[in-house]
Design a protein around this ligand. Sequence first.
Ligand code: ZN
Length: 468
Amino acid sequence: MAYGEPERRRLAVVDLADRRALEAYRPADPEVVEEARRLKEAALLDFGLTESAVASWLYAKCHHQIPTTAVDTAAVVASGDGSCLLLYNPAFFVGLGLEGVKFVLFHEARHLVHRHLLAAPELREDPVFELAAEVSINHVALVRLGRESLPLLNGRPTGVDPRRVYDAYVEDLTAHGLEPVAHQAFTETDLRVYGELKRMRHPPVPEPRLCLHLADGGVPADQETVDAVTSSALLNSLLAARRGHTGAERELLDLMGRTEGDSPRAARLWGRLGAGMLRGETPRTRTVDWWQRWLVDVLGSKLRDGERLVYPKKRGALLAALGQDPMLARRGPVREKVLVIAYDTSGSMPDHVVGWLTELVGRIDGVEAHWLSFDAVVMPFGPGERVYGGGGTSFQAVADHVEGRTEVNGRRFDVRPDAVIVLTDGYAPPITPREPDRWIWLITEGGSDWPETHTPAMACHRVTTGSR
Ligand SMILES: [Zn+2]
C-alpha cells in the first residue's frame, strides 16, 4: 500500500487472518498475557453457565484465540478458509477486568450474529446501520449482563453508549419538528434502532477506536464463514434449550423477537432452524420441513444429560454437562454423546434427506456419530459416502449390532448410543430394541410407520421428500 493513503484507509499492522504474524507481532509481557487469558477463560465459562449460550457456542467455534498487540481492543475475524479467530489485546483485557471483558466478548459475538441475521449488503454499507448495530448490541449487552453502564477503561466508559445516542436522537428530531419515539420503542428491535436513527438529520458518527468494526477497512468478515459458524452456534443453542437449558431458551426467544419481525432474511433463517418450537408454535400449514424441526427437537431431548445436571461438582463440570463447551467437555471426564445414524439401503434413499441429515449431525458439537447402512446386514460408512444395498431388510440386524451382540468387519460396537436414528421405509419385521426410548425412526414417503403404534411406541416421523 502506497504512502499518502493512510488517512483514507487505516491498515492493520499485520494481516488479521495470519495467526503466526499475529502471535509474533510485538508480544506483550508474559504476565499480562497470562492474566488476559485467565480473564477470557473466566468470561467464557460464565457465558456457558448463565449469561449467553450463543456467545459460548460461538467462541467454542473460534479454535484460535490469540492474545496480540496487533489490535488495540478485541475482534472476531472470520476468514475465507471457514475458520474464526478471536483476537484480543492483552493489556486491554487486563485494563477492563472480568466484567469489562465479558461485555466486550459478548459485544463481539453479537456482531457475528447481527451480521448473520441482518446481512443485506446495502444495509452494511450504510454507516448509520453500523452505528445502529453498536447501539443495539450494547443495549442488549447492558440488559443481558445486568449492567448500569458501559465498561470502564482507565476510569472512562468505553464503547457506544446507547442512552447517549438516544438522547442525541431526541434532541435532533425535536429540533427539526419531528416526534421521537420513547426509549423502549427505540430499542425494541435491531432494525427499529436503525429506522429511528435514519430519521435524524445528523446521525452521530462514533469514534472508530470504540469498536474495530467501526474502523475503515474493519475486520475481515467472510460472510460464508460468519453464516456457517453462527448458524451452527444457534443450532447448538437451540438443542441446549430443548435439553432444558432455560438461559439458552430465553436468549434465543429474545434474539428472535429482536430480529425476525422486521427482516425477511432473519425470519427465514429462524424458520429453517425450527426455532418457532421454542414458542410452542406448530406450523399453520403442513410445511415440508416440519419433520426436520421435529428431529432437532427429539434429538435435543434424547441427547439430554440426566444425573450430571443434578450433581455438578464444579462449575466446569456443570458447564460440560450443559453441553456448552465441547473443548472443555473433551478435556474432562464427561464423555461425548454417541449418536448412531442408520440408513436402510434396501429401498431408495432420498438424497436431500440424506444430505440434510449429514449436515445436521456434522453441526452438532460434542457428539460422536456412527454411520451405518443396512439391508439384511449392517455396513459402516463415512458421512457423505454413497452407500449401496439390495437384499431384504432387517432392523434386528441394526439392533444386534448397536447393542453389541454382533461384529461388523471384525469389530463389536462397544459404546452405548444415546440416540439411534433410523431412516427407512419401515418395511421389515418390527423389533423391540433394548432401549426403545433412544430410537428415532424417520419413515420415507409411502412407508410404514409401525414404530408409532408399536408396544412400546417409539419416536417416529414421516420425512417428506417432495419439492424442496
Ligand atoms: Zn462493535
